[in-house]
Design a protein around this ligand. Structure first.
Ligand code: GLA
Length: 387
């Protein structure tokens, strides 16, 4: 991959002298969905697929970007004097947003750069290609200019840029999972205080399989921000009767006790999901620690049902992938993952059932939806690095 990227860099920007090559992973969340902006727990892991980037400092303030995934867009130019989001700047709003966020934190970027990317995450699949680009950019800036930031800071800067530059009110999960990724481990993160633990994922005779619905989804256009504000309103209603900081402070029992304070049925369902999903995540990690993969799978399934019925972020594509998966013997658990409204599902599938799973779920999906899904057997990889 390194050679391919350097060659392309030379072709697009002229010789590859002085170029650094880097990688940041994508991520998949195993359980704990739509809990990260509700002060709850998440359980994501970094993948071995992600974004490769080649970068070189310039002598001026220009920024030149090229993505091997969008060759038709050619070189997109900008400059450090113009760190603003523009629709016609497409994906370059992500690296520009990170540069802007560094400057907002008082870390002035001394010169421009040429940046070429090549992503191996299927675009729009919900495996966090944008957060991967954000963390990659932060990593390159730190490496180039020696900024005193930790990997956790890179996650927070990425999230800040996504919230305030790109207008998506996302939580911390994606950037954190990517910046802090560890091979063969998932991250049990408490988003209330960012305390975390690595949990080894040792699936005996089983693998993580991603099914991409191929339904394109832009977080910005989706109902993501709406769900977030529904939860905020529900929290404010609950705070009139119980002293809590976030929905993540409630157990199932305390939620049931106080839920009448939420004035709309819809908001009550949203809050119920946030509370129950958080508790499910805690339980799921405990199950895994006891090596009870079967229970972990059942909790994944319950997570999907809650996202479908109470949080209403699935849709026919994700429901079809999951409901077909549940029919296959050898599927330990299956659920939508990420924001929803398209994107992908994550399933834990026994090794000897994987071929049948891909075949049967793929055929049923195409028959019902009219176009195919893509399947990826994935591995859990490390966080960002120079390569
Ligand atoms: C997106 C967001 C995350 C998280 C998930 C849902 O991936 O970027 O912060 O909220 O959706 O769990």
């Amino acid at each position: 991959m390194k050679e391919i990227i350097l060659e392309k860099f030379a072709e697009i920007f002229g010789e590859s002298e002085g170029v650094g090559v880097y990688f940041a992973p994508g991520r998949v969340n195993l359980i704990g969905e739509h809990t990260d902006y509700n002060g709850g727990h998440v359980f994501p892991c970094a993948l071995t697929i992600g974004t490769y980037g080649a970068a070189r400092k310039r002598n001026d303030n220009k920024l030149r970007f090229y993505s091997m995934n969008f060759p038709g867009r050619g070189v997109i130019e900008s400059s450090l004097e113009d760190l603003k989001p523009y629709k016609e700047a497409y994906w370059t709003n992500y690296p520009k947003g990170v540069m802007w966020a560094f400057e907002q934190r008082g870390m002035k970027i001394p010169c421009g750069m040429d940046l070429l990317l090549n992503g191996t995450i299927p675009n729009g699949s919900g495996l966090s290609s944008s957060a991967s680009v954000e963390v990659l950019t932060g990593y390159i800036l730190r490496d180039f200019f020696g900024f005193d930031v930790t990997n956790q800071d890179l996650a927070l800067i990425g999230q800040y840029s996504e919230n305030n530059f790109n207008g998506v009110n996302c939580g911390i999960m994606d950037q954190f999972a990517i910046a802090m990724g560890k091979e063969n481990h998932a991250i049990f993160l408490d988003t209330a205080d960012l305390s975390y633990e690595y949990a080894p994922i040792q699936l005996e005779n089983a693998k993580i399989v991603i099914a991409s619905s191929n339904k394109k989804r832009g977080l910005g256009d989706s109902k993501y921000n709406e769900r977030r504000s529904e939860c905020e309103t529900a929290l404010a209603e609950l705070q009139k009767v119980v002293s809590i900081q976030s929905l993540g402070d409630l157990t199932e029992e305390t939620f049931e006790e106080y839920k009448a304070a939420i004035e709309s049925d819809v908001r009550r369902k949203r809050a119920k999901h946030a509370v129950y999903e958080n508790q499910r995540t805690i339980q799921a990690v405990k199950a895994l620690q006891r090596n009870d993969v079967a229970l972990f799978g059942q909790l994944m399934n319950a997570s999907h049902v809650s996202l479908r019925d109470d949080y209403e972020v699935t849709g026919i594509e994700l429901d079809t992938l999951v409901e077909e998966a549940w029919k296959i013997p050898g599927v330990i658990g299956s659920r939508m993952t990420g924001a929803g409204f398209g994107g992908c599902t994550v399933s834990i599938v026994k090794d000897d059932a994987i071929d049948h799973f891909i075949d049967a779920v793929g055929k049923a999906y195409e028959k019902k939806i009219g176009y195919g899904a893509d399947f990826y057997v994935v591995e859990i990889g490390d966080g960002p690095r120079a390569i």
